[in-house]
Design a protein around this ligand. Sequence first.
Ligand code: SF4
Length: 806
Amino acid sequence: MTDGIGHMRDDASDPDKGRTYTVAVRALCEFTAKQGDLDLRFTPSPSALEGMAGHTTVTSRRAKHYESEVSLSGDYKQLHVRGRADGYDPKRNRVEEIKTFRGDLEKMPDNHRHLHWAQVRIYGWLLCQSRGLAEIEIALVYYDIGTQKETVLVETCTASMLQQYFEEHCEDFIAWAEQEIQHRTVRDAALTSLTFPYADFRQGQRQLAEAVYKSAVAGRCLMAQASTGIGKTIGTIFPLLKASATQKIDKLFFLTAKTSGRALALDAIHLIRQHQPASPLRVLELVARDKSCEHPDKACHGQSCPLAKGFYDRVGQARQAAVRAVMLDQASLRTIALTHQVCPYYLSQELARWSDVVIGDYNYYFDGSAMLYALTTDNQWRISLLIDEAHNLLERARKMYSAELDQQQFRSLRQTAPKSLKGPLDRLHRQWQSLHAEQTNDYQVHAGISSKFLLSLQQVGADIADFIAENPESMHADLQQFYFDALHFTRLAECFGDHSLFDITKTNAQGGRKNGRLCLRNVIPAPFLQKRFTSSHACTLFSATLSPWHFYADTLGMPDNTVWIEVEAPFETRQLSVHIAHTISTRYQDREHSLSAIVDLIARQYSTQAGNYLAFFSSFDYLNKVCTLFVERYPDIPVWQQSRRMAEDERKAFLDRFTPDGKGIGFAVLGGAFAEGIDLPGNRLIGAFIATLGLPQVNEINEQMRYRMQESFGDGYDYMYLYPGLQKVVQAAGRVIRTQQDQGVIHLMDDRFGREKVLDLLPRWWGMGKSEAKEYCQKKMKASHVALIDSHGDLDGYARMPITPH
Ligand code: SF4
């Protein structure tokens, strides 16, 4: 471990010694020496690369005998402290801690300086101890990235002074470390004896739970397709908790695409805890800053926000209260934060370090600067991941690893930017113009990004950072935004490859000029996500629509030894009547002609069995056309329709129309708010009509993505259009049968639904598929060594999950 907050280990050589707690110097100091205000004012600190380059510059200026990156460690009671000092000069007997910065050093907050001194003093003691020194010079070296000058602050300390300092800090931490050791022991014992909260598993649930448990024991990733109604959330959380003690899993991250997924996970854990009320399992819900901020009109620093003022002076008590509370959903965390007058959002970030289960959005683990991933690697945590509704991860990850720069915004920034930035912005402007000067089409994919453009962009980023660092009081929202956009773009440009496209879209600007919008468009997030999966001990992706598995495995970058399971659905074919309208074509050129047939089909079904239906279309325009004609022709049948950007209360009103004795047709769009994640059991919904195969629109961008998919996987059309489209269809149709008592009907309105390849992508229990595509999948599985879990959840002979149902 290099920089972690701490972990436990058993001392096998000395049973009396029991468990020790290892903590990194930086983490120890952050725990014991952080004080004062939270201050997140925008200070353009050096990037990681600039920081590393700065360290190298400083150490290269030192004499030959200078020792860099000196590994040190020391013990105090059951605490093992370790870390790496930046440098030691044995001739001067000076240990150095190097910090890179931008702007005015005088303006660095006192609490930052205080923390830096704490670190170097502890390194000072560890050096004195390891080399038998009676005294040592300790130095903070501040290296200015802009001017490349060093400011060195030095003090001389005796070994005994430093020892006392070290021991005081250890003492401050040790009670916490003891509590953590104790917590882990009790937690693991509780998890080992955990009982399933129901008398029995639902159909398919045991199979899923077994598969999750065994993949955790085997330390492999699992992709699980399991339909609605089997209790996936509890069926995945329970086995992973059960495996945590034996597999020495530090944390479980339950990652979701939507808020509703977080609520389901919290409900499942509440249920598990009801049967083990004394369980110390600490559960944390992470909520976005804009949803948890108490003072949205203020800025995150002590001079503006009362909950940032003195944050570090009070966070210790808040942390203690929070870990005692154990269940930390948004409401209870807020109560604790406000009781201790600290910001709830930043308190939740602190508690991510100390919680056993963290429930939050995908981005906390998967995006480029994800907090949970950084903590995992820094602390060498052994984690397990549950990815809820994992079919969403592809689109979400594409967004995380794409970047755009808009020339129109850049032009207006040039008008208002401070004079001192005019030169660099003009240079960037010239490079930007030359990027698309030769481009004759409005949209074009380019093979690479000009290095001259990137250099100018980096320079502008550095100049803006220097300007803001030197003028922290001035408000430059546009400048800051461009700085962040440029930084994101530059970072992604540095790892540009076959996984992404670089395209320029030209639009008309004033004076007959053209604006060029630059986009680094991620197509295949696999190279970015792969390390996120391999950094976990075990990982399960689950969804009702994860077929075909190779599409998700390829695009998301699942490790080669990933296991796949299709859990038996709890429903029977007789519950659902599926009809394909072979005479209707919803191809773009046929849409106008098929409107009449579609409305008549909906009305016919309604007259056969009046009740609540959902009708799905691929766009709002299409929806409006069908709905208008339907109302014209069948004015007696009630209809209600989804509209663009519906507010929360409007969405609720739409769903409230689906009462058990209600009647009518709700018109909605495929892939929209009513096409997944909503639950209308029984007579609240008795059928669905689905027009189109949900295929993404054929346009220049999608076609370019298709070519890229073709080059990478040899299946461009299916990967770009067919699989994502069918996934939406199956999700939408999945609204109809929610329980084993439901009965319903689905009308698939397009002749292409009758094709064998399409039928094979529909859920098996619908009873529609043939065999070809399944054979194809099997072949692909063999080719990529993906193991298949059998219907008993068996995997390579791993032991079954020791379960005691309640
Ligand atoms: S309450 Fe809001 S403004 Fe205050 S520190 Fe927290 S997030 Fe920032």
